[in-house]
Every structure is written in C-alpha cells, then in structure tokens.
Design a protein around this ligand. Structure first.
Ligand code: SF4
Length: 311
C-alpha cells in the first residue's frame, strides 16, 4: 500500500480513522487471565520486568465483571474523547492462556456493546494454536481482530536474561498461524535492554520489517516496584537509555519499518507511583514531540530506509 502524502509515521489513530471513518479508542479489560510464566508452567515470578498487575491499565479493576469493566471504559472514552466507537482490549497477562471452551465464554462477554468495532488480544506467542485462533474467529465474527504478541527482542540471550520462557521461534510460529486468519498481527518490543547495543535493537526492528508485521508497539525498558528487575536494579544498577538516546533509536526504527506498519505505541504508560526508573518515561508528550522533531530535523519519515516493496 502506498500512502500519499506520507506523514512522519503511520499513527494508529490515522489507521483507525481511515478504516472506521471516525475516532476509535481502546477500552482495556483485565479478564482475570494468568500467565504460564507465572504459574510454574514455564516459570515462576514472570518476566523480570512484569509486576503483579501484568501490564493492566491503572484504572482497570480485575475484580469487576468483564462487562462492567467494558461499560465503565465506554463511559470513560465517551466522556473524555467523545468517541462512539471502541476496541475491547484484552490487555492484562496472557489473554489466550485458557482452555478453548473457557476462552469462548470469556471472549463472549465482550460482545453486544454498541460501537464495538474490534478486539485486541495481547498474549505470549507460545500461548496460541489453531484451535484458539479458531475460537477467536468464531466469537468475533464481523469485527476486526488485532493479535498482539510479545516478542520484546530477537536476541535469544536477552530473552533468557529477562526470563521470558520462550524463544524467537515461538513468535515466528504464532505469526505464521495468525497469517492464516483475517486478523492483524502485531508485535511488542522493548528498547534499552542491558547488553543490547543500538544495532541489536535495530536488528529486532529489521526482523519485524522483513516479516511485514501489521502493527508494532515499542516500549522503553523501565523498572517497576515489586519486580525482580527492581531488585536487580537496586543491588546492581545498570544503565538505562536517556530520553535523547531512546528518541534517536526510535527514529532509526521508524525509518526501517515498512510504510504500511501501523505504529500503535512509541512510549509506555508506567504508573508514576510504581515507577523506579527511568523517570523520563512519564513525560510522554515530550518524548513523542521529541520523536517528531528528530524526524523533521533529519528530513526523514517512516519507511525511508525500508528496503522491501510496498503492499
Ligand atoms: S508474559 Fe506477560 S504477563 Fe507473563 S510474566 Fe511476562 S510480561 Fe508478565
């Protein structure tokens, strides 16, 4: 797909407006899932950076029924953004980690809301198979599905360091299975892992660019209270990227990604009361403006260094 004229990068909101004709917002839910990297199946204690909320949005209440969480979320986006369309976002923990018959029941609770145009399901790449994807397809007929897989990095030694409990092969398998469905395929990656040079981070991006991933979320590694990473950081502080380095690396990444890849996120949403470091990630707008300013200064945009052919 060639998009003319091309802005600095293909923002998720642009994609949503082009596709659905108006503003669309995500309504995050915590559906009570667990994770094989926490319950002992793959590991205990989770990935070293994961806290007890498993990436849930700060305003989401795990103890509330899913439908109530969705109703609350719809009111929030309606009031705050005046948006009438929304995506139910299964965000916390591993949102495919259950038996298919249980998944069917859980997902079914997200149906029947006026204005719901799609569902985003974040999960580990080793938590999907054909049967699970078939359930998702069956339940969410008529709405768009975004599958989001945590890759984090393409470097196996970093995956071992962060105790992810899976390798790159699991991600490749998940992408390949999902490509047999009408779903969009997205990846989450982390910049600033100790031991990774800028070139290594960009190798992860090149890998995703070659896979023609549909959507991407880029996060900066951050240390949250109550995580194993926090203990490591306390006993043996390691270098975290400064805002300027992160901005510059993100700009390199955007240049390498295909123009068709939708950029869903370029900064994380860390809760200020639980964040230990780096504190600059709380300045989200400054970071995003810095990325735009850097691209303008370079005279570049997403895809300028992309070597493939357009969709
Ligand atoms: S896979 Fe996700 S939910 Fe599970 S421990 Fe890692 S970050 Fe947390």
């Amino acid at each position: 797909m060639t998009r003319e004229p091309f802005s600095l990068y293909y923002h998720f909101s642009t994609y949503l407006k082009e596709t659905f004709g108006e503003k669309v917002y995500r309504v995050p839910v915590d559906a009570g899932f667990s994770c094989p990297n926490r319950d002992g199946t793959k590991g205990i204690g989770g990935c070293i950076y994961c806290d007890s909320r498993g990436s849930a949005a700060p305003f989401v209440h795990r103890n509330l029924p899913i439908r109530e969480q969705i109703e609350d979320g719809i009111q929030r986006v309606l009031k705050r953004y005046k948006a009438k369309k929304f995506i139910v976002y299964f965000q916390a923990f591993s949102n495919t980690y259950e038996k298919p018959e249980i998944l069917r029941k859980i997902y079914g609770q997200a149906l029947g809301f006026e204005g719901m145009i799609g569902v985003a399901i974040a999960t580990r790449p080793d938590c999907v198979n054909r049967e699970i994807l078939d359930v998702i397809r069956e339940v969410f007929q008529g709405v768009q599905v975004w599958m989001e897989y945590g890759l984090q990095t393409v470097h196996e030694e970093s995956l071992v360091w962060m105790q992810r409990g899976h390798g790159v092969e699991a991600f490749e398998n998940a992408v390949s299975l999902t490509r047999d469905t009408p779903f969009r395929v997205g990846a989450h990656i982390i910049f600033g892992l100790p031991g990774e040079t800028r070139e290594m981070m960009l190798e992860t991006v090149r890998y995703l660019a070659a896979l023609r991933i549909d959507d991407i979320k880029i996060h900066m590694l951050h240390v949250l209270k109550g995580t194993r990473l926090a203990k490591m950081y306390e006993h043996n502080p390691f270098d975290l990227l400064e805002m300027e380095e992160y901005i510059s690396t993100v700009c390199d990444a955007l240049e390498l990604l295909p123009p068709s890849t939708v950029i869903q996120r370029l900064t994380g949403d860390a809760p200020s009361d639980r964040l230990i470091a780096p504190k600059w990630i709380l300045r989200k707008q400054k970071t995003l403006k810095g990325i735009e300013a850097e691209l303008i200064k370079r005279g570049t945009h997403q895809g300028i260094a992309w070597k493939g052919t357009s969709k």
